[in-house]
Design a protein around this ligand. Structure first.
Ligand code: FAD
Ligand code: NAI
Length: 475
């Protein structure tokens, strides 16, 4: 007899595992099916984010930042370290330890919440008596479970570059880029997006000569242009990334090294590197899901089609996270997971796409929420702006990281905050004040009149709010 559940979640990434936990909290008998196996061949929960995405990349970024500070930042504190060495294998082992801890943590949470943890590829087989039949296949082992509701959270995978084979030895995707056990002398990256900049930064700080080839003529087109310009300057000058925009990739020849032929400004160029990372975006993952068999609607780019509440075209089938429209971010996937579980329970939750923060964990970090200046101009919205630099901030100077800017954009008439853009230390944390401002419909004057701790980085946000009304105190 097949096991029966109220809710079956397919995929245990941040979208899926959070949806399963919330469903269980709400009293549903819940199962989560996941197919991923770690490098040791054992099932590992947590999806892309925990295994080969957010978490391992931030662990490596931190290690490389420490090494860089040791060599370039400590002397000004009067700390002299001679002969400092660096062991990439230990750095990768530390990262693997963090991943293991967190993936085991998800398994623990499943147990604690009495969620059935089913390993294998989940596919929809059909619906009978208002119950969906889902097959779980792990090699030769096949079982079928049934559920009243199905939440599809199958995530995404790297977008392939036609004609280029990823072997994760010389030509790498995110999985390979996070597992290099030695610093390549020359590293090439195709795509100056989030992965390219974060991974490029790691290896540049550890001594690689990094060249990034980007198809678009503009750098970080999704960010506010002023912040993107500042980012390009610091990433080039301080991190040492060689970023080439407006290139057209041609032939890629692989052997012991990799040679990328490309065109830039009408001229043929070539780049030879020891390793090449390909990071040109990600595509939704519906492989093996059985979408066609049950007529689950998928759009021309492969995303599962959902309405505003993440419901698909099929009764009681929901989809969340990277496999549906919207930003491919872990926190977006998690919030959708919570919202869907609550909707199944008859609640009326809401995920506000207008206040989802973006963070790029380079050094300095880049983070934003809400509208950019360019978007406001294009929409014909009259706005005022306040900018404040980190340069005079006492805390930032003490940290030795007094680089960057906070920019706040507010409606010219109502003063309501429409966007916050930060490049600087701990931008990932500071942007939360912008998220709250947007959610609580705060005015720049609200932020300007709130007491911010001294000395703290958040004082730069305060100054930017004051600057919206031309009354910055340190500007
Ligand atoms: P996923 O995390 O992709 O999980 C889907 C899971 O479903 C996987 O385990 C997969 O194996 C499994 N699966 C797929 N099909 C089936 C099936 N048929 N049956 C069973 N299981 C199946 N986002 C951030 O917000 N912050 C960051 O700092 C960040 N850093 C990143 C760094 C890198 C290098 C990468 C690649 C991504 C990063 N992201 C980051 C993006 C983030 O990882 C994704 O947005 C997030 O993981 C999406 O969650 P998800 O639950 O939708 O899918
Ligand atoms: P991306 O969409 O951020 O960037 C891809 C870049 O590659 C773009 O700039 C694009 O113009 C360029 N490109 C596309 N085709 C190209 C080609 N043929 N030649 C040269 N350049 C080309 O995608 P990326 O970096 O692969 O990351 C995927 C997603 O993962 C991100 O969009 C983001 O959603 C998520 N992510 C989030 C992180 C975070 O939140 N800190 C960190 C890493 C990834």
């Amino acid at each position: 007899m097949s096991q029966e559940f109220d809710v079956v979640v397919i995929g245990a990434g941040p979208g899926g595992y959070i949806a399963a936990i919330r469903a269980a909290q709400l009293g549903f008998k819940t199962a989560c099916i996941d197919a991923y196996k770690g490098p040791d061949g054992q099932p590992a929960l947590g999806g892309t984010c925990l295994n080969v995405g957010c978490i391992p990349s931030k662990a490596l970024l931190q290690s490389s930042e420490h090494f860089h500070a040791l060599n370039h930042g400590f002397a000004e504190h009067g700390i002299n370290v001679k002969g400092a060495s660096f062991d990439p294998a230990q750095m990768v082992a530390r990262k693997d330890g963090i991943v293991q801890k967190l993936t085991a943590g998800v398994a623990f949470l499943f147990k604690k919440n009495k969620i059935a943890n089913l390993h294998g590829l989940g596919s929809l087989k059909g619906r009978a008596d208002e119950k969906w039949q889902i097959e779980v296949r792990d090699g030769d082992k096949v079982e079928t479970v049934s559920a009243s509701h199905v939440i599809v959270a199958t995530g995404s995978r790297p977008r392939p570059l036609p004609g280029v084979e990823i072997d994760n030895k010389t030509v790498l995707d995110n999985t390979g880029a996070l597992a290099m056990a030695a610093t390549p002398k020359r590293l090439g990256v195709i795509g100056a997006g989030v992965i390219g900049l974060e991974m490029g930064s790691v290896w540049a700080r550890l001594g690689s000569e990094v060249t990034i080839l980007e198809a678009l003529p503009t750098f970080l087109g999704a960010a506010d242009a002023q912040i993107a310009r500042e980012a390009l300057r610091t990433l080039t000058k301080d991190t040492g990334l060689n970023i080439q925009t407006g290139v057209k990739i041609g032939n890629i020849k692989t052997g012991k090294t990799v040679t990328v032929e490309y065109e830039k400004d009408g001229k043929s160029e070539s780049l030879t590197v020891d390793k090449l990372i390909v990071a040109i975006g990600r595509v939704p993952n519906t492989d093996g899901l059985g979408a066609e068999a049950v007529n689950l609607q998928v759009d021309e780019r492969g995303f599962i089609v959902v309405d505003d509440s993440c419901h698909t075209n099929l009764p009681n089938v929901w989809a969340i996270g990277d496999v549906v429209r919207g930003p491919m971010l872990a926190h977006k996937a998690m919030e959708e997971g919570v919202a869907v579980a609550e909707r199944i329970a008859g609640q009326k939750p809401h995920v506000d796409f207008g206040s989802i923060p973006w963070v790029i964990y380079t050094s300095p970090e880049i983070a934003w929420v809400g509208k950019t200046e360019e978007q406001l101009k294009a929409a014909g919205i009259a706005y005022k702006k306040g900018t404040a630099p980190f340069a005079p901030n006492g805390r930032a100077l003490g940290m030795g990281q007094a680089q960057g800017t906070v920019k706040i954009l507010a409606d010219a008439e109502t003063d309501r905050i429409l966007g916050m853009h930060v490049i600087g230390p701990m931008a990932s944390e500071l942007v939360t004040e912008g998220v709250l401002s947007l959610e609580f419909k705060a005015a720049s004057e609200d932020i300007a009149r709130i007491v911010h701790a001294h000395p703290s980085l958040s004082e730069v946000v305060h100054e930017a709010a004051l600057a919206c009304d031309k009354r910055a105190l340190h500007g």
